[in-house]
Design a protein around this ligand. Sequence first.
Ligand code: 5GP
Ligand code: MG
Ligand code: MG
Length: 201
Amino acid sequence: MSEWKMDNDIERVLYSQAEITEAAERVGHQLAHDYEGKTPIILVVLKGAALWAVDVMRYMEYTEVEFINVSSYNGGISSSGEVSLVTDIQSDVQGRDIIIMEDIVDTGRSLKFMKQLLMDRGAKSVKTASLLDKKEGRVVSEDVEYIGFDVPKAFVVGYGLDYSVDGKELYRNLPYVGVLKKSVYAQEHVGLVDDAITPTH
Ligand code: 5GP
Ligand code: MG
Ligand code: MG
């Protein structure tokens, strides 16, 4: 690994910058094809999906970009189960085709919450494009139509995904997705680690 200090906190890289660039191009082209002749709204789920959304949308034709922020994680490494709306969308979604851009779908609760909100407001269609799909983590059944990578059930960081250290959301700017070293979080989450972190193969 390089001389970056952050790299020393990573146990191993799951998806390199080059692999993510390739995945973004693949998903971007798929979306461009599937939404040909339409002007969808790319709904970026803050903050984690920002990097992924930028990379995917550059391969698409006419789109609008909107942002939403929902919270379910409370900065920890396991889901709290409750989803709340932190920052609402700024435009009317009535009659519009929406593409939700996610960093990762885990339990599916955030996605379910957002889909319900959009359908209640009269969206014409709602589909999801997620950098990562952690299928083993599902608690509510939610499909992800466009997937960068199927990720094993481990706590990952990088490329938008954070881990909070002393209230600071770190690692979002890592150019790759990786698994954190246990030493980084073990101290703070004694007892949570075995439940939330399943070793990857
Ligand atoms: P869900 O509602 O599907 O359980 O969780 C969605 C949110 O949980 C994601 O947008 C992300 O913020 C957080 N999350 C789930 N798994 C991980 C993970 O492995 N790493 C990080 N950093 N966040 C995660
Ligand atoms: Mg997210
Ligand atoms: Mg987070």
